[in-house]
Design a protein around this ligand. Structure first.
Ligand SMILES: [Zn+2]
Length: 337
């Protein structure tokens, strides 16, 4: 065999190199296959995502994944088989529906605003929630500098992160903006004995320390300049969504208008177990979806896959498709004033 033949014979070449590697391993006292190039990393990318809205700067900050468990227990009015087929067709787990929690910080240049605040210390959905403070830190946002916390509603996973375990305000300088209907419903002490106990207790724990710092949001009115409230009842009595506008840009923060990018989007008439009035929630969902799709408005859905921003397009009768916005990982500063 010539020297050239040796070089181009892949079998022989592998054997020769393999032998050499084995020899080196043995001389270092390593057993075959156990030597890693580098240790496996335990960290993940920071849980925030930043983008401009006209002159504003927006940062989505996560409170972490919220696993709901069996999808058929939460999504109602559709057969178990149909749910399983939709999930399988979309390469999603059929036995655990995992929601994200996409809170939003908006810097308008003159105010620093947080939309919704996660589960806080409640571990009702397991250990992966309650990351908001860590995500804010990763994003370089000081909670003490938040001027306003704007809430879509008073459910456990939206108002939960307002106080720490000692009941102390985590946003000490903030005004809380929420609908009066939701405040009245979810802080109502007389409901503590009923089915909603965990929700009522958590709402009272997180909201009452802000008494004297509460402002009511009202349908059609500006909460702060550039943020308009829009009543979207059904999921809760006072569920409210927000239109964020600066210059020619608009982004909607739609809270819990929909909880799932497939199950409540392809079939928006599906009911959700945690809705206060599921029929009204369906009507609201259809109305909001119609507006978002017709006007091509980008939106942030609190529970959609991270970071939860995208568009909706109508697909047939009473069915929609979600298009996630591509993420951009180069600096995109807001426009200069
Ligand atoms: Zn929610």
């Amino acid at each position: 065999m010539s020297k050239d033949e040796m070089v181009i014979d892949p079998t022989r070449r592998t054997t020769l190199l393999g032998g050499a590697a084995l020899g080196l391993g043995a001389s270092l006292g390593l057993t075959t296959g156990a030597a890693a190039k580098m240790p496996f990393a335990a960290t993940q990318a920071p849980y925030f995502y930043r983008f401009p809205v006209g002159k504003f700067q927006a940062t989505i900050v996560s409170d972490g994944p919220l696993p709901l468990g069996d999808p058929a227990a939460s999504f109602k009015g559709v057969s178990k088989d149909e749910i399983a087929k939709s999930l399988t067709d979309n390469f999603l787990s059929t036995d655990n529906a995992v929601l994200e929690q996409n809170a939003l910080v908006l810097n308008t240049g003159s105010r620093l605003v947080l939309f919704d605040s996660g589960m806080g210390i409640s571990k009702a959905f397991g250990p992966t929630t309650g990351r908001l403070q860590r995500s804010l830190l990763q994003a370089g946002i000081d909670p003490a500098r938040i001027d306003d916390v704007i809430c879509t509603h008073a459910h456990i996973d939206h108002i939960g992160g307002l106080v720490n375990a000692a009941g102390k305000r985590l946003f000490p300088n903030a005004t809380i903006h929420i609908s009066k209907a939701d405040w009245d419903f979810w802080t109502d002490e007389s409901k503590i004995g009923g089915d909603l106990k965990a929700f009522i207790v958590h709402a009272r724990t997180n909201l009452l320390p802000y008494k004297g710092r509460i402002a009511w949001v009202e349908d059609g009115k500006d909460v702060i300049p550039g943020v308009q409230a829009m009543a979207a009842p059904g999921h809760t009595v006072g569920h409210t969504i927000y239109m964020i506008k600066s210059e020619a840009s608009t982004v909607a923060f739609i809270g819990d208008t929909t909880h799932h990018q497939i199950l409540l989007t392809e079939r928006p008439k599906t009911e959700f177990a945690y809705d206060t009035d599921a029929k009204q929630a369906v009507q609201t969902r259809l109305k909001v979806f119609d507006m978002l799709s017709k006007d091509r408005i980008p939106f942030i859905a609190y529970h959609f896959p991270w970071p939860g921003m995208g568009h909706l397009a109508r697909q047939g009768t009473d069915s929609y498709r979600y298009f996630a916005e591509p993420m951009t990982h180069v600096p995109m500063p807001p426009k200069k004033a």
